[in-house]
Design a protein around this ligand. Structure first.
Ligand SMILES: O=C(O)c1ccccc1N[C@@H]1O[C@H](COP(=O)(O)O)[C@@H](O)[C@H]1O
Length: 207
């Protein structure tokens, strides 16, 4: 099976096109104003329009006002939503759109139970828990905490980079990996060479 790849936190058309041409399956656009990778609807539309067919456009939110999500849905028409905060299952379902739910891994969080709450999600994204920060931290977590019997496709994230992603894929066997910080020059600006290297390493792991 080929591990799918999402590159998140893009702010420039050129970075998005490069990622797509290198083989990224999905592109993440962050609609969370506190993030240094936050995009305006106009920026996101430019990126969305430039991308070729069959590259999934993911809109990422953190405990957003539903009206804000509605505005992005109408203006961008993303393919998939990513909820990266404390959104309830009911909140996630209200938009009638396919979504993935992030869980920030910490002691005491039963991941099987958590995934079961979001049974209609297209996947469970696991990220590091860093107090006071919603995501995009560049921190990883102990992959041994991931149970074998998760009832949803696993999207592994948190501190992935070209240097550790091959080991991550070979150890965890996720459905997909998601990276933001690990392929950047600076926040929101991707490093073209690191994007190539990251995608190559995932493909090496799949061999
Ligand atoms: O990228 C962000 O700025 C961001 C902000 C708020 C919530 C999530 C965010 N990104 C997601 O965080 C994880 C891990 O990122 P990193 O590779 O460790 O930097 C990833 O799933 C991004 O989609």
């Amino acid at each position: 099976m080929r591990t799918r790849i999402k590159i998140c936190g893009l702010t420039r058309v050129t970075d998005a096109l490069h990622a797509a041409r290198c083989g990224a399956d999905a592109i993440g656009l962050v609609f969370y104003p506190p993030s240094p990778r936050h995009v305006t609807l106009e920026q996101a539309r430019a990126i969305g329009r430039a991308l070729p067919a069959f590259v999934t456009r993911v809109a990422l939110f953190v405990d957003a006002d539903p009206a804000q999500v509605g505005t992005v849905l109408a203006g961008l028409r993303p393919d998939l939503l990513q909820f990266h905060g404390d959104e309830s299952p009911e909140y996630c379902r209200q938009f009638g759109m396919p979504y993935i739910k992030a869980g920030r891994v910490r002691a005491g969080l039963d991941l099987v139970q958590y995934a079961a709450l979001y049974a209609d999600a297209q996947g469970l994204l696991l990220d590091a828990f860093v107090p006071g920060q919603a995501g995009g931290t560049g921190q990883s977590f102990d992959w041994a905490l991931i149970p074998e019997n998760l009832p949803l496709p696993l999207i592994l994230s948190g501190g992935l980079e070209p240097e550790n992603v091959r080991h991550a894929v070979q150890s965890v066997h996720p459905w997909a990996v998601d990276v933001s910080s690990g392929v950047e020059i600076s926040k929101g600006i991707k490093d073209a060479a690191k994007v190539v290297q990251f995608i190559q390493e995932v493909s090496n792991a799949d061999r």
